[in-house]
Write a protein that binds this ligand. Structure first.
Ligand code: PGA
Length: 296
């Protein structure tokens, strides 16, 4: 059986749009007999007439309307394909300037690795720092995108949530509270805490949580890295409050325990963020879609 060709679809679409062989021919820079011939060859293949002429006017038959519908679908799919390929071409050799907060860096690196696997042509610059610093880089328009916790309102930022970020209380496994069920917040109030530096989103969320409940934590030491806090907690210097996502290894190796505390985990979320007025490059747009597509 002879097959329909894309060219025949395009010619028929023009005829159906103009309801005129001569106007379709003019649009396609073809002669009118060439257009008629293409339409006739579709009719021969399908065994049905696609147009009928009443007086001077041309109408589509039912088969003609079906073919037009299919043809428009095919054309739309081809247009999509072209747009997607253009996006991919734009990404090759593109640059991505990204800033992520310390706490989300492991999650972000994992996403970046998978993105690079699909788009090896994109060169990536990654800055890892705390929440305050990432907000500063967005304000100064120094980065394309950020991955971080919830952003404050009124900053002209577009933030799209893509993943949960539960904060938990950690202790060394031998700590008396590690064996208790339903530890109360009052029990925590007498414990020394190791906290992140001012400017950290984790620290801010933890302080808000206790302030909202009229409580204050006893901070024994301030540290500017999650890793340092984990080590200090293991060494028995106090308790800590960190994102569960930073604790995978220590929990698997039973070097740390998560306490069962009322009101915990504090449920935070991760967002992809950029300035509302930012014109995202194909690489940045592609990465943003990739992150949102990889949400769990
Ligand atoms: P940070 O990250 O504690 O490392 O600043 C948390 C956030 O982005 O809010």
């Amino acid at each position: 059986m002879r097959r329909l060709t894309l060219r025949q679809f395009r010619v028929f679409e023009a005829v159906a749009r103009h309801l005129s062989f001569s106007r379709a021919a003019a649009e396609l820079h073809l002669s009118q007999p060439a257009v008629s011939m293409q339409v006739r060859s579709i009719e021969n293949i399908l065994g049905l007439p696609l147009t009928e002429q009443l007086g001077k006017k041309i109408y589509l038959t039912e088969a003609g309307r079906e073919v037009l519908h299919a043809s428009r679908n095919i054309t739309a799919r081809l247009d999509d394909l072209q747009a997607n390929l253009a996006q991919l071409r734009g990404m090759v050799g593109g640059r991505l300037n990204l800033a992520v907060t310390t706490t989300v860096s492991a999650v972000a690196t994992d996403i970046l690795a998978r993105f690079r696997g699909q788009h090896p042509g994109v060169s990536i610059h990654l800055d890892v720092s705390n929440r305050e610093s990432v907000l500063g880089q967005l304000a100064a328009n120094r980065i394309d995108l950020a991955i971080m916790g919830q952003v404050p309102g009124g900053l002209d930022l577009e933030a799209t949530r893509f993943m949960d970020n539960p904060l938990v209380v950690i202790a060394p496994p031998g700590h008396p509270l590690a064996r208790r069920k339903k530890v109360s917040l009052r029990d925590l109030a007498s414990e020394p805490f190791l906290v992140r530096e001012a400017g950290s989103g984790t620290r801010g969320a933890m302080e808000r949580f206790f302030a909202d409940r009229g409580l204050e934590l006893r901070t024994s030491m301030e540290m500017s890295s999650n890793e340092a806090i984990k080590q200090a907690v293991q060494a028995g210097l106090g308790l800590g409050i960190l994102s569960l996502q930073t604790l995978e290894l220590e929990l698997a190796l039973k070097r740390l325990a998560v306490l069962d505390v009322e009101g915990f985990p504090i449920m935070r979320h991760w967002y992809v963020v950029h300035r509302i007025d930012k014109r995202l490059s194909p690489a940045a747009q592609g990465f943003k879609e990739f992150v949102l597509g990889s949400s769990h």
